[in-house]
Design a protein. Structure first.
Lengths: 569, 168
């Protein structure tokens, strides 16, 4: 009887694993719909504003002015490669020793283990997918066809955009559908010049201002969340004191908490999902306390796995039972396979000698954006798919540092505008999911919590190399046509993972024989388990993926609750 | 409440909220600096830094506390080999200077620093000068005094003008 009572206490309507972008949305949607929801987060508690220790610090207050120490770099060869792992935000990122993994091939796994996950750290770029993106695998014969179309997700994009607050223009492009936008930030005059030149020289290359999750002009729904206008600090990775950008911490989690339906349990590492062979369904999860390693079980009618793409793979792979000896729902054998990412290797920079009587003032939290134009409507190149690109141009300042003494001091105190405008672009390339790009669990090695170490076996291929070259060639040509000078190109050859857009392994698809999830993000074989984070992605296209995870999550919760009410879950 | 005391209050509140679980160390600023320089070496370093960005009607690098920053950076952010090289050059500076180093200032000191930059006193001295100049500049332009009074630092500009005339 006592045992039963304890079990009842640990029983919820829904369990959400992870509190990042997708988990936060699952929590909000379940709680709004009246479902008692347990949100499990493996990291520590981070409450909006209370736990942003560096957010109000000025440059002079940082002992190393932002830099990492030699000791930190030596101890963190992986995460120290990440642009955000600096003195002001390193406390929001997983140190290498905290959660080791095996790189069968070079793979930089960048993680944020805390309430809010990487939603505190993301780049806040929010471009919609179009039908052209969903058509990719079927048209070009890779991966497996998406089981959904743009029209299935369109209303859910609008739904999450309205709540999150997305700034942007209605650009009227097939490749990047418009949404429910707050006012856009403007392009600089040299970005507008580039836009005009591209229109003049090409009929397929558009330059727009990138849509971003910043409150350029808050609406009533944002006031209700206690969020204010973005003040263009560009210190987002520290956590925003105004809630000016969307994060789980500033938005979905406090909203869910206000309903009284959410129980948030930090420091809770999910070991596995419990599958009941008799009931032929998942009944709960086993959780390891991050501090004591004590194991506790929690139960629910429905489970959302949104632990971030690769950790979602790990949880399912580790959820073994008589029915599923190779991981939960893994009848097809594709679990952990067809992992993909975004190719961010190439970039270029240049100068423009025009508009020299102008400059910018203040700052903005976004940049220009060139949506994908390669192979958009049909195959045109010697590689599959294509790339989008960032594009920005600004007029920086500099101080002549050639002298010493008073002359140097005068120069430092009176910086001058750069002679020319500086322009730059970076590629965001689609990679092709392949069976050989996969993650798996080590059969022997365990981490500090007794969980199997992950192996990452993910790499670029010939298609990626050709795409890098094409980006460099095309953008060099485009910059040249725009009259830009001193064009410099770069291929960093950075390892997969550093893009922090790892996806797949638990892909969606219509056919249970070669996919894990159906069109509702529901495991084909276990209908009360849903995956709506990056792990569900059948292909990657080129857009920053978080907005799509938000929309897929809200859509899947809506479906799950309807099914619960019908008694189907 | 003054800005500085408000900041201290906020820090205090944050630390109090964290309790004993210290994920980050905001007290780092008050930690003792230990490149373990002798007093004589400290003097040389200060004069060297003071030559790079001297005092005048506008405070220079030394009075704005840049030597502390330089030592912290050398200790924490440079390879031991670079630290050793720097330390060795630091010891040689007074003898490399033609004249009484303890009185070095003005154009004579500037001329000497220029020679160091040009490599006229050897590769190690050139590297040390480059390191020190870089750190002195970085430390100086990121002091509260310079950022607020000279560089128009705004943490939260809250506006964006994408294209304005230069002389506006």
């Amino acid at each position: 009887m006592e045992i039963l009572k304890h079990a009842e206490k640990r029983t919820y309507g829904a369990i959400v694993i992870g509190s990042g972008i997708a988990g936060g949305w699952a929590a909000k949607e379940f709680c709004d719909k009246g479902i008692k929801t347990l949100v499990l987060e493996r990291g520590r508690k981070v409450t909006h504003n209370e736990d942003y220790p560096t957010t109000l610090m000025s440059p002079w207050e940082f002992e190393h002015r932002g830099r990492l120490t030699q000791e930190e770099i030596a101890a963190n060869p992986v995460v120290s490669k990440c642009y955000a792992f600096r003195e002001d935000a390193k406390h929001f990122m997983v140190k290498d020793a905290e959660h080791p993994y095996e790189q069968d091939k070079p793979f930089d796994w960048i993680r944020g283990y805390q309430v809010g996950g990487k939603s505190l750290l993301w780049a806040r770029q929010t471009q919609r997918w179009s039908q052209l993106d969903f058509d990719g695998p079927a048209r070009d014969g890779f991966a497996t066809p998406w089981p959904i179309n743009y029209k299935d997700i369109d209303p859910w994009y609008s739904y999450v955009e309205h709540f999150a607050g997305i700034s942007g223009n209605k650009d009227g492009l097939d490749s990047l559908p418009d949404g429910d936008f707050l006012p856009a930030y403007e392009l600089t005059c040299v970005e507008k010049h580039f836009q005009t030149e591209m229109k003049k020289h090409y009929n397929d290359r558009h330059v727009i201002v990138a849509r971003c999750a910043h409150l350029s002009e808050p609406r009533e729904i944002h006031d209700q969340q206690g969020r204010g206008r973005c003040m263009s600090r560009n210190l987002c990775q520290r956590g925003c004191p105004y809630g000016g950008y969307f994060s789980s911490n500033a938005s979905t989690l406090p909203w869910a908490a206000k309903t009284g339906n959410m129980t948030l349990r930090p420091d809770s590492i999910v070991e596995s999902i419990i599958y009941d062979e008799q009931k032929a369904r998942a009944i709960g999860v086993r959780v390891i306390d991050a501090h004591t390693n004590e194991m506790v079980e929690y139960y629910a009618k429905v489970i959302f796995v949104t632990a971030a793409a690769l950790n979602t793979n790990a949880i399912l792979l580790n959820s073994k039972s008589h029915r599923f000896p190779n991981g939960l729902g893994n009848d097809s054998g594709v679990l952990g396979k067809y992992v993909a990412f975004h190719n961010y290797r190439a970039s270029l920079s240049a100068e423009y000698e025009g508009y020299l009587d102008t400059k910018t003032e203040g700052s903005r939290p976004t940049s220009g954006y060139v949506p994908r134009f390669r192979n958009l409507y049909k195959q045109e190149t010697n590689f599959l798919r294509g790339y989008a690109a960032g594009m920005s141009a600004g007029r920086g300042t500099h101080a002549d540092q050639n002298s010493v003494g008073e002359s140097l001091k005068h120069s430092l105190l009176n910086p001058k505008l750069n002679t020319n405008w500086n322009a730059g672009s970076h590629m965001m390339g689609e990679t092709i999911p392949k069976e050989s790009n996969q993650v798996r669990l080590d059969p022997v090695k365990k981490d500090a919590h007794g969980l199997p170490i992950m192996h990452m076996d993910v790499s670029y291929d010939d298609n990626d190399d050709k795409m890098v070259q094409d980006f460099i060639d095309q953008f060099s040509e485009m910059y040249h046509k725009a009259g830009f000078k001193n064009i410099r190109t770069r291929d960093t050859k950075q390892a997969p993972g550093l893009d922090i857009h790892e996806m797949g392994g638990v892909r969606m698809g219509a056919d249970p024989k070669n996919s894990m999830l159906n069109k509702w993000n529901q495991l084909h074989a276990v209908n009360n388990v849903f995956v709506t984070d990056g792990a569900c992605m059948t292909s990657t296209s080129t857009q920053n993926p978080s907005l799509t995870y938000m929309a897929l999550t809200a859509r899947a919760v809506d479906y799950a609750v309807k099914e619960m009410k019908k008694g189907n879950l | 409440m003054k800005m500085s005391s408000r900041r201290a209050w906020l820090k205090g509140m944050t630390l109090a909220a964290l309790g004993t679980v210290a994920y980050y160390d905001l007290s780092a600023k008050s930690k003792p600096i230990s490149l373990s320089l002798s007093l004589a070496e400290e003097d040389v370093l200060n004069r060297w830094i003071g030559g790079i960005i001297p005092e005048s009607s506008v405070p220079g690098a030394v009075s704005l506390g840049v030597p502390t920053f330089v030592k912290t950076m050398l200790k924490d952010c440079y390879e031991p080999k670079a630290q050793q090289t720097f330390r060795a050059v630091l010891g040689q500076i007074p003898s490399l200077y033609k004249g009484d180093w303890s009185q070095a200032s003005g154009p004579a000191l500037e001329a000497f620093l220029f020679e160091l930059e040009q490599g006229k006193h050897g590769v190690d001295a050139q590297k040390a000068m480059s390191t020190l100049k870089g750190l002195t500049i970085q430390g100086y332009v990121t002091t509260e005094y310079v950022m607020i009074n000279h560089l128009n630092y705004q943490m939260a500009p809250g506006f964006w003008n994408p294209c304005v005339p230069v002389n506006k």
